[in-house]
Design a protein around this ligand. Structure first.
Ligand code: AMP
Length: 401
């Protein structure tokens, strides 16, 4: 279902717009924002609403205050940071509901911006509580969601508030950031240019079972890396030494391998193995999938890197979730970075390339290749659930086009 976007909201001059943002930014001990990329990512939506003369009410969560007021997790620094970025004042409400907030909302003029205090100071937010949502929705004419990172959760600000505003005849639209996420991730799961190649890595098979199952139906080629490969290899009867392996998931791995029969489903043919999980430890490349006793796999091997690069070069659409090895330790990062470079090259050659959030996004950033990809998702959990084929509550709640 195609969802309403901001550009479909033609005339909203003087209307009060509730905008769910993701301002869950890192703060240092002094309450200073250490990375404002999440705020910057919402500027196109904000500038569009300001230009169109909306009265803008911004809402977000920050951290995990678990239903309690915690000054260390206040959104106030974001109001200050945002004001500098948009070069106009941003009013801050020290609560997200109540009479004080209602007064500030009522006092907004066209083009003015108000940021509410952390939604998660109320436990009702994460419970998608109807009464709390009604309070948040007081005085709101239009709903906009630009927080893809929380779209996989049915919370009051991502689901019930949108429903309430729609019930009153208002519209619920995707912000520009959300729209981009839906365009790129949606393009992977529906009608991708083929071959569609999926690269899956990371620590555990169990975290990604549903993604693997869904992608086995959609993808032309699947490349597996990371520690999850060892669970598959052990299920096939190979020795994996001291490698991270989910021994209680061997049956599951076997059933996934059964489903993958006849498909281009690649497991690493060789590994980088080490005796110690630390920088500077002895390493060697295995000659096959087997990992020696007393050794553990920490990255895909040299032969696998070449095979994966060849497959990547042939793909027209690529989605990547999860590193190929322990990329946080430079000695074990080659596989992940070589794959990142190959995906960047594929983008140059015309492929559409989508990086799922979380650790693969971190690796691409570390490799300095963010701009070389078609799109890097901002939502780790949300992008995984999207690739599982699950409807995201925060997307489902938006108006249809
Ligand atoms: P995930 O959150 O499941 O995507 O897993 C990411 C984590 O998996 C990263 O912190 C990697 O260091 C880790 N990882 C990847 N490959 C291995 C490996 N071979 N052994 C141990 N950890 C790994």
């Amino acid at each position: 279902m195609v969802k309403l976007s901001l550009t479909d909201l033609k005339d909203f001059y003087g209307k009060t717009v509730f905008v769910r943002m993701d301002y869950n930014v890192p703060l240092d001990d002094a309450g200073k924002i250490t990375d404002d990329k999440r705020i910057k990512a919402t500027l196109p939506t904000l500038e569009y609403l300001i230009k169109g003369g909306a009265k803008i009410v911004l809402a977000s969560h920050l951290g995990r205050p678990k239903g309690k007021r915690d000054p260390k997790q206040s959104l106030k620094p974001c109001a200050e940071g945002l004001a500098k970025l948009i070069n106009q004042p941003v009013a801050f409400a020290d609560d997200c509901i109540g009479a004080g907030v209602a007064k500030l909302v009522a006092g907004l003029q066209a083009g003015q911006v108000l940021l509410l205090e952390n939604l998660r100071f109320y436990a009702e937010e994460e419970k998608n509580d109807a009464g709390f949502a009604a309070k948040l929705a007081t005085g709101m004419d239009i709903y906009v969601n630009d927080a893809f990172g929380t779209a996989h959760r049915a919370h009051a600000s991502t689901a019930a508030v949108a429903e309430l505003i729609k019930q009153r005849g208002g519209k619920a639209a995707a912000g520009f950031l959300m729209e981009k996420e839906l365009k790129y991730l949606g393009g992977v799961v529906s009608n991708p240019a083929r071959p569609l190649l999926c690269i899956l890595g990371g620590a555990k098979v169990s975290d990604k079972i549903k993604v693997i199952e869904n992608l086995l139906n959609l993808a032309d080629v699947i490349l597996i890396g990371g520690a999850m490969a060892y669970t598959f290899r052990k299920a096939q009867g190979y020795n994996v030494g001291l490698s991270l392996c989910e021994n209680d998931k061997l049956d599951l791995a076997k059933s996934l391998l059964e489903k993958a029969k006849g498909k281009k489903f690649f497991l690493p043919d060789d590994q980088l193995e080490t005796t110690e999980f630390k920088a500077g430890a002895p390493t060697r490349n295995t000659t096959g999938p087997t990992i020696a006793e007393g050794w553990e796999g920490v990255d895909i091997g040299a032969k696998t890197i070449e095979t994966y690069k060849t497959e990547i070069a042939k793909a027209k659409t690529i989605v990547w979730n999860g590193p190929m090895g322990v990329f946080e330790i430079p000695d074990f990062s080659k596989g992940t970075f070589e794959v990142a470079k190959a995906v960047a090259q594929a983008t140059k050659n015309g492929a559409t390339t989508v990086i799922g959030g979380g650790d693969s996004a971190k690796a691409v950033k570390q490799a300095g290749l963010v701009k070389e990809m078609s799109f890097v998702s901002t939502g780790g959990g949300a992008s995984l659930e999207f690739l599982e084929g699950k409807p995201l509550p925060g997307v489902a709640a938006l108006s249809d086009k």
